[in-house]
Each structure stands twice: as structure tokens, then as C-alpha cells.
Design a protein around this ligand. Structure first.
Ligand code: NAD
Length: 281
């Protein structure tokens, strides 16, 4: 039976620590602030944005939600972001994705000042991660590494397999695992013999977006299985891993809900605090 890596417990501990750090920063005259830009009224995005606001409030961060019309021209959205770039009360800026189709995500993300890009999606920060330089690391991959390290999962020299090659999860988590000296394989929708790759993994990260995709026969006994997926099935949230079957084979497993998702918000808070400290210096 696998050790369950509880994002819920780890994030609760982080929240207490972050609240203490925010109080200390305020004593030194630093009031960290996060702005979340929401374009349109996508229901899932609205929930995510609300949860981010609650997380800010819990640790004492100043938070501002900038709500913009779904038809906003790109130039106006960029103007709104530039105003936040120049706003001394704001240390972190997050543009909630996905954006409406008429907006070019790459151009919009590139308009955020890299030091305020707390999502770590700006090309400067992605490039820094790729070249091993210090920068802002995307929240979900950062949270995954935090969980693995917190649980003491051995990384150096181990086989890590990441399923999924997105810019927000698959690729950055692969780079972070490489940075910890894992031997990394990135699998994707065109990968042949996927099961064979997966069965070799000491660390298996599933970031696919397909419910119960990773089955027990894809998992090496004792492996650390990280389930990034968030899928809605019959009104319930489930991951990409067949949790009930895999937990009897894996050495470590992250549940859904209560796993990686919790860490993502904690790491957003972490990135905002770090950004505020750097900008105060
Ligand atoms: P994406 O759709 O951008 O990428 C999915 C990846 O899965 C692609 O690279 C694709 O090649 C791969 N894939 C698809 N079908 C496959 C197959 N049959 N075999 C092998 N690979 C296959 O998704 P994403 O943005 O990386 O998100 C992945 C999942 O993680 C989603 O469920 C998303 O909701 C979730 N997510 C969770 C968090 C969190 O905080 N927990 C954060 C971001 C994303």
C-alpha cells in the first residue's frame, strides 16, 4: 500500500508558514500583492480565481481581481497588464487561462513583467528554467517537486517518466526532474509502447487530462506516482490515475482531489511572496 502524499496536509503547513512570513514582511514595510486578471465569465475560471482570492486572504496577502469583458481588444488587455506592471502595490500578476479565442496567449503573457510573472509562463522564465538559471518556476511543477522532496522520494539517478508535454505542466516538470539528476523520458499522444516506458519509471507523472488513464499494469512496484489530472466524471473530480488499483502497487501516490491541485495554489502564494521580497530589494 502506497504512502499517500497529501497535498492538503502539506499545503496547510505551508499556509501557516506563509501567514507568518507575510506578517514579518509587513512589519518591515513590505505588503505583498497579487493581481489576477480574469477575461470573460468562464465558470471554471471564476472558481479558480475565487479560490486564489481566498488563499491570499488566508495568509494576509493583498489581492485584486481585474475583471475584463470577454470581447476586450488585445491592445486594451495589454494596457491593463502594463498598468499592473507599473503598480507598486502589485508584486505578482496572473492572467487566468484559457483566454477567449481572439486573444493571443503568447503575446498577452509576454506583456507581463517577468519578475511579476508569478505563474512562471513568461518566455523569460521558461527559458531560465530550461537553462538552469534562477527565475520564477510554474506553480504546478514546483508543487510536484515540493511534494516529492517533502516525502523524501529519491530522485538522483532515478528513471522519471512524464506523460504529457504541455508548456504549463509536462515540459517544466521534466526540466525540474532533470535538474534533480533524474533520467527523464517525456511521453505524449504519439508515443509508442507507452506502457513499457511507464513500467520503467521510478517516478511517474501523469499530466494528460484523461480520467483513470494510468492503470495498475503501467506502474512499477514501489514507484512514486504523481497524478496531475483534474477531470470531471459524473459530477466528481478524478485524476488521470486509476487511484484505487494503483495505490496497492505504487510506493507513493498523490490523491485527486487533495493532491497536486492544493500545492498549485500554495506555490502561487510562494511565488508571490518571493517576488515581493525580490522587488523590495
Ligand atoms: P494539455 O491538454 O495541454 O496536455 C495534455 C498532454 O497529454 C499532451 O501533451 C498530450 O500529448 C498528452 N496526451 C494526450 N493523450 C495522450 C495519450 N493517449 N497518451 C499519452 N499522452 C497523451 O493538458 P495540461 O494543461 O498539461 O493538463 C493536463 C491535466 O492536468 C489536465 O487534466 C489539467 O486539468 C490538469 N492540470 C492540473 C493542475 C493542478 O493544479 N492539479 C494544473 C494544470 C493542469
Amino acid at each position: 500500500m502506497a504512502e499517500i502524499l497529501s497535498g492538503k496536509l502539506m499545503s496547510e503547513e505551508l499556509t501557516r508558514d506563509q501567514a507568518r512570513r507575510v506578517a514579518e514582511m509587513k512589519e518591515q514595510g513590505i505588503h505583498p500583492g497579487l493581481a489576477v486578471v480574469l477575461v470573460g465569465e468562464d465558470p471554471a475560471s471564476q472558481i479558480y480565481v475565487r479560490n486564489k482570492g481566498i488563499a491570499c486572504e488566508t495568509i494576509g496577502l493583498y489581492s485584486r481581481t481585474v475583471k475584463l469583458d470577454k470581447d476586450i481588444p488585445q491592445a486594451e488587455l495589454i494596457k491593463a497588464i502594463q498598468a499592473l506592471n507599473e503598480d507598486p502595490l502589485i508584486h505578482g500578476i496572473l492572467v487566468q487561462l484559457p483566454l477567449p479565442k481572439h486573444l493571443d496567449e503568447e503575446v498577452v503573457l509576454a506583456s507581463i513583467l517577468p519578475e511579476k510573472d508569478v505563474d512562471g509562463f513568461h518566455i523569460d522564465n521558461a527559458g531560465r528554467l530550461f537553462t538552469g538559471q534562477e527565475g520564477v518556476v510554474a506553480c504546478t511543477p514546483k508543487g510536484i517537486m515540493y511534494m516529492l522532496k517533502q516525502a523524501g522520494v529519491p530522485l538522483a539517478g532515478k528513471e522519471a517518466v512524464v506523460i504529457g508535454r504541455s508548456n504549463i505542466v509536462g515540459k517544466p516538470v521534466a526540466m525540474l526532474l532533470l535538474g534533480e539528476h533524474c533520467t527523464v523520458t517525456i511521453c505524449h499522444s504519439r508515443t509508442q509502447n507507452l506502457k513499457d516506458h511507464c513500467r520503467r519509471a521510478d517516478i511517474l507523472v501523469a499530466a494528460i487530462g484523461k480520467p483513470h488513464f494510468v492503470t495498475a499494469d503501467m506502474v512499477k512496484p514501489g514507484a512514486a506516482v504523481v497524478d496531475v489530472g483534474i477531470n470531471r466524471v459524473d459530477g466528481k473530480v478524478v485524476g488521470d490515475v486509476d487511484y484505487e488499483a494503483v495505490k496497492d502497487i505504487a510506493g507513493y501516490i498523490t490523491p485527486v482531489p487533495g493532491g497536486v491541485g492544493k500545492m498549485t495554489i500554495s506555490m502561487l502564494m510562494e511565488n508571490t511572496l518571493e517576488a515581493a521580497c525580490r522587488q523590495a530589494r
